[in-house]
Structure formats: structure tokens, C-alpha cells
Design a protein around this ligand. Structure first.
Ligand code: HEM
Length: 159
């Protein structure tokens, strides 16, 4: 039933896109040489990592990548497409990584915010205390060292 709250799912995904909690994972070491399409070769035993922040803000894949637009996950919206109107590469969004070593808690981590938000939005009205608040560009980190402070006004909903 919680998955029927489609727009809430888009907003959760967009939050994970614009500020991925894991910016750069620790790294991987290939057992065999891997030749990439763009001519690079990952040597056996070498160490490489991804930059999820750059991936999620790639201007070739995302229109106005620094804007918060949940409609990027709405297949009926133009925000769903790349700036030139193509279908996005399915690996352009991967806050939980991909493949065999992707996040073991993905389903839990995707479902919990929807449950919590559905309850909070039902009970309270939220408003940015400072509508001009700008999100800082992240530093290199694999965890949230300091929570981002965004002042919010919260009012109990009238019934
Ligand atoms: C928004 C929340 C979360 C995000 C964005 C996230 C993201 C990730 C990413 C990117 C990886 C791969 C790391 C790498 O390749 O080095 C990972 C691995 C993992 N995550 Fe999460 N995670 C989240 C929540 C959770 C939760 C709630 C759990 C457990 C309940 C969990 C358990 C794990 C485990 C066990 C792995 C290691 C999997 C493996 O190496 O086989 N994660 N996560």
C-alpha cells in the first residue's frame, strides 16, 4: 500500500539523487582486467571507486541537475528525459550502488522514509524558515559527518 504513494516515492528518490548519502564508496578491486567502453582499462588488482554525486549531477543525463524536481522519476514528465530528450541511462541513478555488492538494506532504506513522511505529512504542515536557503556542495565523505542544518517551521494540521 505504501508503494501506491507514487509522488512520495519520486520525492524520496529525488532527495537521494540530489544529495546521495554515500557520495563516494570505499572502492573495489577487479579480479580480472576490465575494458571500459570509453577506452579505459581497469587493471586486475587495481583500486577504483565511483563518484555518485557527479553521476547524479551529470548535465548530460539530468536537466538542471542542481534543481530539486521529483518529476524526474515520473515517466509522463519531460523531466524524466535527458536534456536532449532521450531515455536516461539506467545507471545514471544509483544511490545504493548496483550489482552484487549493492546495498543490502536498499528495500528497507527506500520504504522507511515513505512510511515516516506519510505519517508526518498527514499530521503536520512544513515550511522552510528561510526560503532562500542554499544547499552547500558536499565535501568528500562516505558518511554524514555533520548534519545539514535546514531550519523548518512545523505546524500541527487543523482538522
Ligand atoms: C539511504 C540509506 C542508504 C544508502 C544510500 C545506502 C547506500 C549503500 C551503498 C552505496 C552501498 C555500497 C557501498 C560500496 O560499494 O562500498 C551500500 C552497501 C551496504 N548497505 Fe547500504 N545504504 C543505505 C542504508 C542501508 C541500511 C538501512 C542497511 C541495513 C539495514 C544497509 C546495509 C548495507 C550493507 C550490509 C551493505 C554492504 C553490502 C555488500 O557489500 O555486499 N544500508 N549501501
Amino acid at each position: 500500500m505504501i508503494n501506491d504513494l507514487e509522488k512520495l516515492g519520486w520525492a524520496v528518490n529525488e532527495s537521494l539523487r540530489i544529495e546521495p548519502p554515500v557520495l563516494i564508496p570505499i572502492g573495489n578491486t577487479p579480479f580480472d582486467e576490465i575494458k571500459l567502453n570509453d577506452g579505459f582499462t581497469l587493471k586486475k588488482g587495481s583500486n577504483f571507486t565511483f563518484n555518485f554525486y557527479r553521476l547524479h549531477h551529470n548535465p548530460d543525463e539530468w536537466r538542471q541537475p542542481d534543481e530539486f524536481k521529483p518529476d524526474r522519476f515520473n515517466p509522463k514528465s519531460m523531466w524524466y528525459l535527458t536534456p536532449v530528450g532521450n531515455k536516461r541511462n539506467s545507471f545514471s541513478f544509483m544511490p545504493f550502488s548496483a550489482g552484487r555488492r549493492s546495498c543490502a538494506g536498499k528495500t528497507f532504506a527506500e520504504t522507511l522514509p515513505k512510511l515516516v513522511l506519510a505519517y508526518l505529512l498527514h499530521e503536520f504542515d512544513f515550511e522552510m524558515a528561510n526560503p532562500d536557503h542554499k544547499i552547500e556542495k558536499p565535501m568528500i565523505t562516505v558518511q554524514t559527518v555533520k548534519p545539514t542544518k535546514i531550519p523548518v517551521l512545523i505546524r500541527k494540521r487543523e482538522r
